[in-house]
Ligand binder design. Structure first.
Ligand code: 3PG
Length: 214
């Protein structure tokens, strides 16, 4: 597995990776269908609920969806998620054990980094696609901009506090092609089964991204 390019398909699929928290696995397929219909195929199911693994399996069965697992903090979680159909894994940070685990499993991995030292550790390991987390709390787009010149090989996926309101700040940076966020899959809409709202939020995000890239 080429560590530098393994997650290109995640970064390049669409301008937003929905970060999804699923309480009830029976809703996961509908969530995925709604987001795919809105143009966001890469879907990160976070390991924050007991329903997450079953949700991943359900998303893996949705045509056009690219299921990923998020909030990964152990290799065992990576293994279980891969068995459930995850095509990629994301972590808030990273550890040598997680990097080794992803490489052994051949699971495309988007490790997290928020400081120059963390970024350099990942460059040393051959990674070039990184999650920048927590984006807003760490200094936001103004902070991330500094790394465009010093770490020219790195493409970041900022996540944490990103929304339609600040999407443009991030996507207009030369080192950002995609952001992650939960705003396109709000808990309230999932609970209400309002799939049209999810599709509309996804379309709005794409529309905003297209304006920035135009
Ligand atoms: C994540 O899991 O990556 C973040 O918690 C998502 O952050 P958000 O809810 O602010 O989008």
């Amino acid at each position: 597995m080429n560590r530098a390019t393994a997650t290109d398909f995640v970064i390049d699929a669409a301008p937003v990776i929905p970060v999804v928290v699923i309480e009830d696995a029976s809703r996961a397929a509908d969530v995925a269908k709604a987001l795919v219909a809105g143009g966001l195929p890469c879907i990160e199911i976070t390991l924050r609920t007991p329903a997450a693994m079953a949700a991943l399996e359900a998303v893996a069965g949705v045509e056009g969806a690219i299921p990923g697992v998020g909030t990964v903090v152990s290799v065992e979680q990576m293994q279980a998620a891969q068995r459930a159909g995850a095509q990629f894994a994301v972590s808030p940070g990273h550890t040598p054990g997680l990097l080794d685990g992803a490489e052994d499993l051949g699971l495309p991995y988007l490790p997290g980094a928020a400081t120059p030292a963390e970024m350099q550790a990942l460059i040393e390991r051959g990674y070039s696609n990184l999650k920048f987390f927590p984006a807003e709390a760490s200094g936001g787009a103004a902070y991330l901009k500094n790394f465009a010149t010093v770490f020219q090989s790195i493409r970041f996926c900022p996540t944490g506090g990103v929304s339609l309101a600040n999407l443009d700040e991030y996507l207009s940076l030369p080192n950002v092609d995609v952001v992650g966020g939960s705003w396109v899959a709000p808990k309230s809409a999932i609970q209400a089964g309002d799939w049209d709202e999810l599709t509309a939020l996804a379309r709005d995000a794409i529309k905003a991204a297209n304006v920035i890239n135009a």
